[in-house]
Design a protein around this ligand. Structure first.
Ligand SMILES: *[C@@H]1O[C@H](CO)[C@@H](O)[C@H](O)[C@H]1NC(C)=O
Ligand SMILES: [Zn+2]
Length: 578
């Protein structure tokens, strides 16, 4: 039976007070003894450690005062005073290998358009949101939303006029992100702020059919220039909301895939004020795809609550808007093969510059041309960094990554294995895109190149969600990786339950490693994160049932019981009393 006696809690809190006085005046051997006493042991029904060295069927963990696992063991007669039995099954705390923290917080504070079925429903959700936020819609505070898709509007792009036609929204400042956040749809009031006529934007698209209002990729900058950016206090609120939500999903750490130096400084300030997620931040210069050594920064902390030593570059756009750069034209848009956001020589120069400055370089690449150029840029950076030594060896030191690694030519997949480049993959992108991917790419490219997971397994992929582009729930990501079906509907691209291109599916354990061991290695945290063993951060989560024996569809609605970071509980599920 689980019990955590209240005397235990009282005992440990009075020790904390005692400790504060004690440390400064007591001889060190005595204070060390107190520190040992402050270690806490918890025992659970089972513990999956993912550690090759620790017993896989442990059931107790001891946490040191500094927030590390100091003991992982099978319960037997033990001298620990503070041992407490708790209910549930433990796995290591989960990491999302690619997400966007601030944007996720902003989403939590904006109109959620995901899953809306029509223009009417989109407008209704905006009205509903505005009820609780009367002030929004002014020039100083625009209405923000995210999650629309032209498929909701019968395949037609929306336009500013659609918002203007709504009497409740007429004149309001509105900016709504497409589901993939690669396009924004704005209102007439916002359009009036922009230059007339609108300039051509390289690497961007200004939609004019059926009317003005949507701006994609680089053209979004035209709008963003006028967007009243949220102030620091607002941003801090976004971060806190995001962290709270992520914790509740079982997430203890994330790789933040693109943060400006200014926001990284704000992050650093926030540690200690409700900062409950480990963040491995990728630096993004104020001006995307540049080398900005003067504003660049690195952050290293012993507690690894925030770490910055990597940089994010962008090779291309998204598949949904035909923005990914392809070697051959799209099958359903034969006049285009997408577009690069930088040319090959620029990408190589940037990779060299950042790598030489000591940064891990993480390149966003979706299309097969973008991936080819990314692999090429990374390979040549490796040659530059470690002249004369094998690329794989050099790569183990530098750990360059390709973010998304979504469509890769078979020759380049082989090149990736030979180089050891780490793919950072979002399994739910595969299931979100599966309904149109084959139309865009044709059967051959889809079956040989797209949404590889099993094929890339030898490279120990990092898995993630790309939140807020996809839901942040890592169990949905695990489900998508294992079943290759939509976590929302439970169905594959054909409305069945067979799974989409199951050759590329992962096993449950492989998927779990992708949300633990993979991101740990990709953040230089192997042995410290994503694992339960002595010396690792005491981060763990608790499930009602052991993951291994769970019905795979059970993952879709799984809710975690508890989440612990550095030995402290940051989330506990509250069940309704029966
Ligand atoms: C690549 O882009 C850069 C910057 O836009 C430009 O200066 C350079 O001439 C381009 N190189 C080629 C080969 O097109
Ligand atoms: Zn992203």
């Amino acid at each position: 039976m689980p019990f955590l006696s209240s005397t235990t809690l009282i005992a440990s809190s009075s020790l904390v007070i005692f400790l504060g006085i004690g440390l400064s005046i007591l001889p060190s051997y005595f204070s060390n003894l107190i520190l040992t006493w402050r270690s806490t042991t918890y025992c659970y029904a089972s513990i999956t450690t993912l550690s090759p060295t620790t017993t896989p069927n442990a059931d107790c963990i001891t946490i040191s005062p500094s927030g590390l696992f100091s003991k992982v063991f099978v319960d037997e007669a033990s001298y620990d005073v503070f041992k407490a039995w708790r209910t549930g099954h433990v796995i290591p705390g989960l990491w999302d290998g690619h997400g966007h923290l601030l944007q996720y917080g902003e989403l939590l504070h904006s109109v959620n358009l995901f899953g809306a079925q029509s223009m009417g429903e989109v407008l209704e959700r905006v009205h509903e949101y505005r009820k609780g936020n009367e002030r929004v819609g002014s020039r100083e505070e625009w209405i923000r939303g995210v999650g629309w898709d032209q498929a909701m509007f019968g395949g037609n792009m929306p336009m500013a006029q659609d918002l203007e036609n709504d009497p409740q929204l007429r004149g309001a400042y509105i900016m709504l992100d497409r589901i993939d956040v690669h396009c924004v749809w704005v209102s007439e009031a916002v359009l009036r702020l922009l230059p007339d006529p609108l300039p051509e934007v390289p690497g961007g698209e200004i939609v004019t059919d059926p009317g003005k209002g949507v701006f994609c990729d680089n053209a979004m900058d035209l709008v963003m220039e006028h967007y009243p950016k949220p102030g620091k206090e607002k941003k801090k609120q976004f971060v806190r909301s995001a962290m709270k939500d992520l914790n509740s999903l079982g997430i203890v750490g994330i790789h933040d895939a693109g943060v400006t130096p200014e926001d990284l400084n704000m992050f650093e300030e926030m540690i200690g004020e409700g900062w409950t997620v480990r963040v491995y931040g990728m630096l993004e210069c104020k001006k995307r795809n540049t080398f900005c050594p003067n504003e660049a920064l690195k952050i290293t902390r012993e507690d690894k609550m925030l770490e910055v030593r990597s940089v994010k570059l962008f090779a291309d756009g998204a598949l949904g808007s035909w923005g990914s750069a392809m070697i051959e034209p799209y099958s359903d848009h034969s006049w285009t093969s997408g577009s690069l956001l930088v040319n090959a020589s620029m990408l190589t120069d940037l990779t060299h510059a950042w790598a030489s400055a000591g940064y891990q370089v993480n390149i966003h690449a979706i299309g097969d041309l973008a991936n080819r150029l990314a692999i090429d840029a990374i390979s040549s950076a490796l040659d530059l960094l470690c002249p004369g030594s094998p690329r794989q060896e050099c790569q183990r030191l530098h750990r360059f990554r390709i973010e998304h690694a979504q469509i890769i030519h078979p020759d380049d997949q082989k090149w990736m294995y030979d180089t050891g480049i780490i793919p950072s993959i979002q399994p739910t992108h595969a299931t979100s895109d599966m309904s149109y991917a084959e139309t865009r790419l044709g059967t051959k490219r889809t079956s040989e190149e797209a949404y590889r997971m099993r094929s890339l397994l030898p490279l120990n992929p990092i898995l993630g969600s790309d939140f807020p582009v996809e839901p942040a729930d890592p169990f949905q990501g695990i489900f998508a990786a294992v079943a290759r079906r939509s976590p929302q509907t439970g169905l594959d691209a054909h409305g069945g339950r067979d799974g989409w291109y199951m050759d590329e599916a992962l096993t449950l354990e492989e998927a779990l490693r992708g949300f633990t061991i993979g991101p740990a290695y990709g953040a230089f945290l192997e042995g410290k994160a994503g694992i339960i063993e002595v010396g690792a951060f005491a981060d763990w989560i608790v499930l009602d049932e052991p993951l291994e024996t769970m019905d795979v569809d059970g993952l879709r609605a799984l809710r975690v019981r508890e989440v612990w970071i550095a030995g402290k509980m940051v989330f506990e599920r509250v069940d309704e009393e029966l």
